[in-house]
Write a protein that binds this ligand. Structure first.
Ligand code: ZN
Length: 122
């Protein structure tokens, strides 16, 4: 697995303040993931452990991936599921919840990249 995505995991765990969770990252091929899934998060709230599965980049095609979506956005999306472990995300409003998580993940990564672009430009 690329160290870059592991670095992203550490970075976002810190920023989202979920460092107390033991998060394992696995990058899987499409046949190992559920149909049409870019990422999955399996959480054990009692032991504060989670396994985040990301679809391998080579299997992410333009047709299934919404624009602006990449591995880091998917990672942040799944980490937000860890952060919101106390919230009821298994409700009938599942789709609305997923959309809110996704918009938040995108905004965070966009803001983060904007900030680093500004710093590099100085
Ligand atoms: Zn989700």
């Amino acid at each position: 697995m690329s160290t870059e995505i592991q670095d992203h995991l550490r970075y976002w765990q810190e920023r989202l303040r979920v460092q107390d969770w033991d998060v394992t990252l696995r990058v899987l091929r499409y046949h190992e993931m559920g149909e049409g899934l870019l990422g999955q998060c399996f959480r054990n709230d009692a032991s504060r452990t989670a396994e985040i599965r990301l679809l391998a980049l080579e299997d992410v095609s333009g047709s299934v991936t919404p624009p602006g979506r990449d591995l880091e956005v998917t990672l942040v999306h799944e980490l937000l599921h860890v952060l919101f472990h106390g919230a009821s995300d298994e409700t009938e409003n599942r789709i609305a919840f997923e959309q809110a998580i996704d918009a938040t993940a995108r905004a965070l990564v966009e803001l983060d990249r904007g900030a680093s672009v500004l710093l590099e430009g100085e």
